[in-house]
Design a binder for this molecule. Structure first.
Ligand code: B12
Length: 314
């Protein structure tokens, strides 16, 4: 299962629980790390992890923590999966119930998906914050958050369920990106304008771009969801941005006249990006660029900002 002993943070990530939950399980139920090397923090072994996996699964299914801990302490070896108790109260579904498919994404994404299924906003927030600090915004969005969001969308489309999971997860993602942005100071004036198309409520990819810009110290303005075309044009006129990114997630909000108005604006931005899967690739006004992923959009807007800042060559 695992070759090396793990830290509490790594175990929390794998299981999709908060570090504070691990601490409680250790203090109250004796399910702590067993490897101890002098002068170092205790580490979790593969057997410790197997016990905690049982604890996580049973508590998620509604078994009381004390009873779950009794089963967990017998593992590994002494417990067979079919012997485990199944006292799941109505409405509590995990483990054997529906899960969020995350494709080939790694253990952290599976942990995030499990935390989302449990509506555990503390664990969701901790998992995302840890990844933002360790991996940065682009990797966190592409490898951790996006697979889970796509999985929630897929499961919802198939079952009409998980709306509460989608809403809670979306909110936690927004909060994590906003916290990162608050902790940074952009250098220079905000030359990038981010906006959703009229009636578009899917803001998270733009929030990811905003956080990536903040991480890179690039100033920007974010207008957010559902921006009517005249309001966007007024914002362009008042702020003269180097680049405007207009997000549309579905064909229903992808009216190309919004883009036409931008390229015809009095203070025409150097770069207009039609971002998001909603835009019809074949019907974009000329001069409009369509990035397909976060890193590409980031590189394009930073380049536009840089060329506006550069003094004219003599
Ligand atoms: C979270 C979510 C919501 C949240 C949004 C919260 C928020 N603050 O953003 C809420 C609950 C508000 C919501 C509402 C709705 N939603 Co919604 N939602 C989603 C969900 C689960 C994730 C959206 C997201 O952030 N996707 C980002 C990533 C996960 O998408 P991706 O496909 O991997 O990304 C691709 C590209 O976009 C690109 N990309 C990714 N990130 C970035 C970043 C940049 C900068 C760039 C350039 C590119 C890029 O790379 C990927 C490869 O192509 C999706 C499922 C999905 N697969 O997207 C449904 C989904 C988009 N929603 C859907 C629907 C139907 C709706 C509603 C109409 C539901 C309703 N009946 O009310 C409303 C729409 C309201 C509106 N007018 O906008 C459908 C759209 C179907 C369609 N194609 O028309 C989806 C696909 C779910 C589904 N499978 O049915 N939703």
């Amino acid at each position: 299962m695992v070759d090396e002993a793990l830290s509490a943070g790594a175990v929390a990530r794998r299981l999709g629980v908060a570090v504070t939950t691990l601490r409680t399980w250790h203090q109250r139920y004796g399910l702590g790390p067993s490897r101890h090397e002098p002068g170092q923090h205790r580490r979790y072994t593969a057997d410790d992890l197997a016990r905690l996996e049982i604890m996580r699964r049973l508590t998620a299914e509604g078994v009381s923590p004390a009873e779950a801990a009794r089963w967990a302490r017998q593992a590994p070896g002494a417990v067979r999966v079919e012997d485990l108790p199944r006292s799941r109260p109505p409405g509590v579904r995990d483990g054997g119930g529906p899960t969020i498919p995350v494709g080939r994404a790694g253990p952290a994404a599976r942990g995030l998906a499990r935390a989302a299924m449990r509506l555990d906003s503390t664990a969701i927030g901790e998992t995302i914050a840890r990844s933002l600090a360790d991996e940065g915004v682009v990797a966190t969005w592409d490898r951790l958050i996006r697979p889970v969001l796509a999985g929630v969308g897929e499961r919802h489309a198939a079952t009409y369920a998980l709306i509460e999971v989608e809403h809670l997860l979306s909110r936690c993602v927004s909060e994590a990106f906003a916290a990162l942005s608050r902790a940074t100071r952009p250098a220079g004036p905000p030359r990038i304008l981010l906006s959703c198309a009229d009636e578009e409520q899917h803001t998270l990819p733009l929030e990811a771009l905003a956080a990536a810009l903040a991480e890179a110290g690039v100033g920007h303005r974010m207008l957010g969801a559902r921006v009517p075309s005249p309001a966007l044009l007024r914002a362009v006129d008042r702020t003269g941005p180097a680049a405007v990114v207009l997000w549309s997630h579905t064909p229903a909000t992808a009216d190309p006249t919004q883009l036409e108005a931008l390229v015809a604006a009095r203070r025409r931005p150097l770069l207009v990006l039609a971002a998001g899967p909603g835009w019809p690739v074949a019907a974009l006004p000329s001069g409009v660029v369509r990035p397909t992923h976060l890193a590409e959009a980031l590189a394009l807007v930073v380049a536009a900002r840089d060329s506006l800042e550069q003094p004219p060559s003599t």
